[in-house]
Ligand binder design. Structure first.
Ligand SMILES: Nc1ncnc2c1ncn2[C@@H]1O[C@H](COP(=O)(O)OP(=O)(O)OP(=O)(O)O)[C@@H](O)[C@H]1O
Length: 207
């Protein structure tokens, strides 16, 4: 088996009033990994921990040999993470947002944007600022950015929420094509397994 993209060992994390993970070890290979779990099981928190945006109480995370603890900046630079709760990009219009992602990811492939915008029915929205978009449209913008970014590790929290069926089909098709790239890993957090997406593995956090 090839070396995993991300190696996690001994990860422990608790909020003051609730322990979520204790001594969790896992490998994330290329392809699609599903983090499955019911309400409040810790899907979002786990993605934030993998992204290096929240700090665990214990554990080691190594992304293609880069250790989060000792090389945090280099580690985080390889990760595209949907920041749906962030307001940091709200004042940007869609092309400005894509330009900001392009600046952050050297492997960003801008030639893919027209097809992604069309496939996700974003054309009527491209001149809008992000705060003007519905949650579903904003999610589509993040997804388009993820597919163009070329990041090593891609963390997609609830990628289908609020999407119309045509866009869901498009995301499934695009994700399945991206999953064939042995240099990239895709982690998706959902309540239940997605239809039509072959999974490299499932991490079940319970109902
Ligand atoms: N900042 C926080 N401080 C304290 N507790 C938190 C915080 N964020 C989340 N929690 C709690 O931790 C648990 C896991 O939350 P998290 O959002 O990671 O779960 P989730 O599986 O993504 O849930 P959902 O599907 O409902 O979004 C929940 O019980 C939540 O209430």
């Amino acid at each position: 088996m090839s070396t995993p993209i991300l190696q996690v060992s001994g990860l422990s994390f608790a909020y003051p009033e609730r322990e979520l993970f204790s001594d969790l070890s896992l490998n994330i290979p290329s392809g699609v990994t599903l983090v499955q779990g019911g309400d409040g099981r810790g899907k979002t928190t786990l993605l934030q921990l993998l992204a290096g945006r929240m700090q665990a109480q214990a554990g080691r995370l190594e992304l293609k040999g880069i250790d989060l603890h000792t090389e945090g900046e280099a580690y985080r630079r390889q990760i595209f993470c949907m920041e749906l709760r962030s307001e940091a990009y709200d004042q940007m219009n869609v092309p400005e947002y894509f330009a900001s992602v392009h600046a952050a990811f050297p492997g960003f492939d801008a030639s893919r944007l027209p097809a992604l915008i069309e496939g996700l029915s974003l054309t009527p929205h491209v001149e809008k600022k992000l705060f003007m978009l519905s949650t579903g449209s904003k999610r589509k913008v993040w997804l388009a950015a993820a597919f163009a970014a070329g990041a090593t590790l891609n963390l997609l929290d609830d990628p289908f929420a609020g999407l119309d069926q045509a866009s869901i089909n498009f995301v499934v098709k695009t994700l399945n094509a991206a999953a064939l790239n042995p240099q990239q890993a895709w982690v998706i957090a959902l309540y239940e397994p997605p239809q039509g997406v072959p999974l490299a593995q499932t991490l079940d956090l319970g109902d």
